[in-house]
Ligand binder design. Structure first.
Ligand SMILES: Cc1cc2nc3c(=O)[nH]c(=O)nc-3n(C[C@H](O)[C@H](O)[C@H](O)COP(=O)(O)O)c2cc1C
Length: 435
């Protein structure tokens, strides 16, 4: 019998996108102070979000990890809230109130030992019947390590050396019994029996979100899914090409690596309503303090006396030896060039400091009526910019309700998204229809 054509090739069913729901770790995207937001520790919040995603037939429900609140000038960031529930406990509980959707945890390899990671992810895979996924992150800075015994002990360049070793050691622990697991590396070593039987999926689905060259090489070496920041059409195509080339160079079939960028959707009855709503959400996400703190990261100076609703500061940026902000996500660009570009943009579009920060740091990926959004999501997917989207929302836990009710049916109608869950594990769900 001839091989079936690969999905997306002539004569085959349409290649279908993958969707995931993301609850961010430490971020300025989730507006927990919104009166409609739930409690950030309550199981009910996570249950609602996960069950909504499962109703939408999403591939997986995905928790970020925040190991430390960010701070600047000794003050915590406005929207960084304390009290991030432990992902393993939360996803284990969610496995009981969901049936098919994958359950993904972001967990750092820099601060934990492989024996505990292999047991926790293996347990989640057993409890959920083969639905566990691990977003393997490495942390970008020493500050994040402050709550751990060794602190920020790993040089930046060695984070992925340790990550590789952690995964190799976990693989030894997940191997089919009766293997006595042993691994000796530079940072990681183990010798002993696995604590639990091999997980139903063999190993959990592996997701990777590093963006540096080392991070990308690590991604194509180990990951089933690369989680990216590159949700735009052209940047998505460029990123996909880069991942394909790296995968091929590493001897992997690029089709075995899915690329799923983060995306935020703002819906309205019309495009104009949606744009107005996006603006309101952006200003809720970037309050006056937050606008100033973003600007301070680039200017490298204290700007707290500056009026965020006035023009951009007319002082020149100071280029510091050490970062102004402590925590994730820092620009490595030249501050002088960034300030010059921002001034030109503010002048051209009539921005205040805050409205420019909203435009830069809180811009949603898709804004429009359900039809406009579904059409654009499908167009980027068809253009080869991605294999689907990881959807994040400003409002927990109800932020994806309207997307599931109004956008998913349109993607199903156009054949871009599944209309029922196939059987099997999360890995089967992600690679069903693949060649
Ligand atoms: C879209 C996206 C979301 C991320 N979310 C988290 C997170 O929740 N927790 C975390 O510790 N790191 C997170 N990261 C950070 C990366 O996994 C990685 O550790 C960081 O980008 C530094 O690696 P790099 O230098 O290779 O880019 C995220 C990265 C991306 C691209």
């Amino acid at each position: 019998m001839p091989d079936a054509p690969a999905a997306g090739e002539p004569g085959s069913p349409r290649r279908q996108m993958h969707l995931a729901a993301f609850v961010e770790g430490v971020n300025h995207t989730t507006v927990w102070r919104d009166p409609a937001a739930g409690d950030q520790m309550a199981f009910a919040s996570f249950r609602h979000a996960a069950q909504t995603a499962e109703r939408g037939l999403f591939d997986f429900f995905f928790l970020g990890q925040g190991l430390r609140m960010r701070e600047q000038r000794g003050e915590l960031f406005e929207l960084d809230i304390a009290g991030r529930p432990d992902s393993f406990a939360m996803l284990a509980a969610l496995s009981e109130v969901t049936d098919r959707i994958g359950l993904a945890a972001t967990v750092n390899t820099t601060f934990y030992e492989p024996a505990e990671l292999a047991r926790s992810f293996g347990t989640l895979d057993h409890l959920s019947g083969g639905r566990a996924a691990w977003n393997v992150v490495t942390s970008s800075d020493a500050f994040t390590g402050g709550n751990f015994r060794r602190g920020g002990y790993l040089p930046y360049a060695d984070r992925y050396v340790r990550a590789q070793e952690v995964l190799a050691a976990c693989a030894a622990l997940w191997a089919p019994a009766p293997a006595a697991a042993s691994f000796t590396g530079r940072y990681v070593g183990l010798r002993g029996e696995p604590a639990i039987p091999p997980p139903p999926q063999g190993r959990p689905v592996l997701i990777q979100a590093g963006d540096s060259p080392d991070g990308r090489d690590f991604g194509v070496a180990v990951a089933d899914v690369v989680f990216s920041r590159h949700s735009g059409r052209d940047e998505g195509i460029a990123f996909r090409r880069d991942i394909d080339a790296r995968a091929t160079a590493a001897g992997r079939d690029p089709r075995s690596v899915l690329v799923l960028p983060i995306a935020r959707i703002v819906l309205g009855e019309t495009g104009r309503d949606a744009a107005e709503r996006a603006r309101e959400i952006g200003f809720a996400q970037i309050g006056p303090e937050r606008a100033l703190s973003f600007a301070e990261q680039v200017w490298g100076r204290d700007l707290h006396d500056w009026d965020p609703d006035g023009p951009l500061p007319d002082v020149e940026p100071y280029v510091p030896d050490t970062p102004v902000m402590q925590g994730r996500v820092q620009s490595k660009a030249d501050p002088r060039a960034t300030v010059a570009a921002w001034r030109a943009r503010a002048e051209r579009d009539g921005h205040t400091l805050r409205s420019l920060m909203v435009e830069i740091y809180a811009r949603p990926t898709f804004v429009g009526s359900p039809k406009e959004v579904a059409t654009e999501m499908a167009a980027r997917f068809d253009a080869g910019a991605c294999d689907g989207y990881v959807l994040s929302t400003h409002l927990m836990p109800t932020g994806l309700d309207d997307v599931v009710a109004e956008v998913v049916p349109l993607l199903q109608r156009s054949g871009h998204f599944r209309s029922s869950y196939p059987g099997g594990t999360l890995r089967d769900l992600l690679f069903a229809g693949a060649a």
